[in-house]
Ligand binder design. Structure first.
Ligand code: M6R
Length: 366
């Protein structure tokens, strides 16, 4: 049932070109400029006129929520808050019927996320679920929702569910922006066409596997890792760090690259591997200066870059190239090498990749 792979996690990482395509199937038709999310139809009005979008989730799903914050604010110009469900539910948050809540959960059973939904519902907000497991508790308690259709995810470390969540949230943001008129039609059409190319670009990104395996050999005994990115790649840095810590038990921190000089920079020495997500986008130049700052302190640099990059190549100890895409879609591709890196390091350290210690696939207790 692992389809010839040694672990479910590896199978699920490699399934992503297909799972992302499955998620978009029947929803996105770029040629005809069509984007349909069935679950959204009856609530489009509420969504379009919301004062605020509040996203609530835990763990990796919360990271997908952070990516969505950038997407919704860029394309639809509605303010977004992203909340850990466990904090949100106990904070007596200010909520009204003008709030549109998006709850993200792979399993659909996470106790804190469920409780956050109940709370928001009791205050009159509209709740939209983005879940993977069909018929689970969250889709049953929300007003509406869209399934991610990634197929069963067995590995405790979430991989294909994350990219499917981002795919759904991207489609929601584009649709919302178009409907609200904040995303002009020609730009909308361009973005839809680019979105359709993502599965094949993920396929190409996966081909860096052997190189990443080599990098993993060199760093498998590191005691700490830093992951840095800006903009759309900041949540990807958090996700890369979470993947590494949960399956390899190496301490890892993700940060927005600019925050480094406000503390984490003190950790950098020749023993510290720093993973930069340095793709060619609007914050590229800034990330390049952050890389220089780490280099000056002798940190080891592993950089995820856009294919053809030469500047970072000359500075980094290792580069991993990924295909270019629209800035807003980069997380769908830039997270792939980070999943592979954590996987290989964990296997080399002899860890139980699919079932890491102390963790369960669904966290049904708070
Ligand atoms: O099923 P959910 O998406 O609600 O689960 C939330 C987290 O427990 C989950 O994402 C967890 O962080 C993963 N093990 C991360 O890989």
């Amino acid at each position: 049932e692992k389809g010839g792979y040694e672990h479910f996690m590896l199978k699920e990482i490699n399934e992503q070109p297909r799972s992302i395509a499955d998620c978009m199937r029947g929803r996105l038709d770029a040629q005809n400029g069509r984007l349909v999310l069935g679950g959204l139809r009856d609530y489009m009005n509420k969504f379009q006129n919301a004062d605020r979008i509040i996203i609530t989730a835990c763990g990796t799903s919360w990271h997908a929520g952070l990516v969505a914050e950038y997407l919704f604010e860029e394309f639809a110009r509605i303010p977004v808050e992203v909340e850990y469900a466990s904090e949100f539910r106990y904070r007596n948050p200010v909520l009204s019927d003008k709030d549109f809540i998006i709850a993200i959960s792979q399993s659909g059973e996470t106790a804190d996320t469920l409780a956050a939904i109940e709370l928001a519902k009791s205050k009159g907000a509209t709740i939209f679920g983005v879940c993977n497991v069909v018929g689970s508790s969250i889709p049953r308690t929300t007003h509406a929702g869209s399934y991610t259709h990634a197929g069963p995810e067995i590995g405790v470390a979430s991989t294909k569910a994350f990219t499917a969540q981002i795919s759904v949230l991207t489609m929601m943001a584009l649709k919302l922006g178009y409907k609200r008129g904040t995303l002009p039609e020609n730009r909308y059409m361009q973005l839809l066409s680019e979105l359709e190319t993502i599965p094949s670009k993920v396929e190409r990104a996966l081909k860096m596997n052997d190189k990443i395996h080599e990098i993993a050999k060199e760093y498998k005994d590191a005691r700490n890792f830093l992951y840095l990115g800006r903009g759309y790649n900041f949540p990807v840095a958090l996700e890369g760090a979470l993947k590494l810590k949960e399956i390899s038990y190496i301490h890892a921190e993700g940060y927005p690259a600019a925050e480094m000089k406000h503390g984490p920079i003190a950790l950098i020495d020749e023993e510290m591997p720093v993973v930069f997500i340095a793709t060619k986008d609007s914050s590229y130049e800034k990330v390049v200066s952050n890389i220089q700052e780490v280099k000056a302190r002798k940190g080891k640099i592993i950089a995820v870059v856009t294919e053809g990059d030469t500047v970072v190549k000359n500075m980094a100890d290792h580069v991993i190239e990924i295909p270019a895409t629209e800035e807003a879609f980069v997380p769908l591709i830039s997270v792939i090498p980070l999943q592979q890196l954590s996987y290989h390091i964990a296997v080399m350290r002899g860890c139980n990749v699919d079932q890491p210690r102390n963790l369960a696939k669904s966290v049904t207790v708070e």
